[in-house]
Structure formats: structure tokens, C-alpha cells
Design a protein around this ligand. Sequence first.
Ligand SMILES: C[S@@+](CC[C@H](N)C(=O)[O-])C[C@H]1O[C@@H](n2cnc3c(N)ncnc32)[C@H](O)[C@@H]1O
Length: 200
Amino acid sequence: MSKPARQSAPATTRNRQPILDVMRRAFPKEGLVLEIASGTGEHAAFFSASFPELVWQPSDASAGALASIEAWRDEGSANLRTPIALDVRDDSWPVTEAQVVVNINMIHISPWEACCGLMRGAGQALGPGGLLLTYGPYRLGGRHTAPSNESFDASLRERDPEWGVRDLDAVVTEAEQHGLALREKVAMPANNFTLLFVKV
Ligand SMILES: C[S@@+](CC[C@H](N)C(=O)[O-])C[C@H]1O[C@@H](n2cnc3c(N)ncnc32)[C@H](O)[C@@H]1O
């Protein structure tokens, strides 16, 4: 029987396989993966089991998310660490060194400062050649890539005026300020993209 804290988000089971396909060809053979904004923890359980040779460190800013991630650890393998509290906007992160930083579906569901914090913290935690993987919807050249993304954007901004689907160029410019260069932009199902940044 599920523990009460264990939450579930249907999108994770839809997007995890296409994201895993990118991870499989891009990730290093060993090292620490710091997942930012792990949410329910379903991704952490699935991805950690998919990469037993990597150490998977989940995190989130929300106490409720941390409880859910901890509950999902039953499904994860031994390489899935206890989740830690991490708000990307904090000047110093509790993890100071990682080979990969993963961030799925946060940049548009948080204020722009969260994207800035993500890039600053990832730029500090990653060494040369280290990877930052982000996933979510983006506008390209200021335009939405599909009508469904446009209405999704409107619904996000209605929930919180500081949220919204970001322009890819703005995200890339912010990343570059912290030594992170866009290496790949991979089109995903449902008008999303996986972005791979490399620390130069
Ligand atoms: C839509 S959920 C995505 C969760 C998970 N990555 C997924 O794909 O199912 C967005 C998550 O971002 C987290 N978040 C929002 N602002 C944050 C911040 N400043 N620092 C860290 N996490 C944050 C929220 O707590 C939430 O768990």
C-alpha cells in the first residue's frame, strides 16, 4: 500500500522515457546527479533505477515534495539518496559539486528568479564538461510553438503572474552568464524540449 505522503503527477510517466533516451546518450558513466525541483519524486525513483552506476541526489524547495520524494525512495535503487531541501534562489547550495544537474518542469512554474538561481547554482556546482539538463516548454523567438502551449502559458500566468513559459533565448543567455553553453535542443513529445547545457 502507498504511504500517504507519496504523491503522483501523471506527466512524469508520459515524459520520463523520452527524457531517459536523451540522458542515456549524454550522461557520464559515473558521478553525482543533482536533481533540482524533484517534485513528487517519481522521476528520481525511475531515473535512479535506470542509472545504478550514478548517485542520484533529489531535492526540492517544498517540504511536501521532500516527504513525497522520501516515500518514493522505496521504488528507487540503492543509489537514490535522501532528498535535501534546496531552493535554487539561495546564494549557496547544500551540494557544491556535481557531474550533472537535472531540472524538469520548473522554469515555467516558478518566478524568473528561479531560472536565474538555477543557472547560477549549476554554474557553480558543475566542473568543466559537466552537464545541465532542463526539460519543459519554451517559446522560440518570442513565439509559442503550439496553441496548447499558448493557453498553458495563459493559465500559468493566471495562477501566478510571475510564472510563464520562458523564451528559449532568454534562458540560454542567462545560462551563458554562468559558463553554461547550450549544446543540444532536443524536441520532445507534447511540444516540450530537453535542453543540454555544458559547463565550459
Ligand atoms: C511542476 S513541479 C515539477 C516537479 C518534477 N520535476 C516533475 O517533473 O514532476 C515544479 C517543482 O518546482 C519546485 N520549485 C519551485 N520553485 C523552486 C525553487 N525556487 N527552488 C527549488 N524548487 C522549486 C516546486 O516545489 C515543485 O516541486
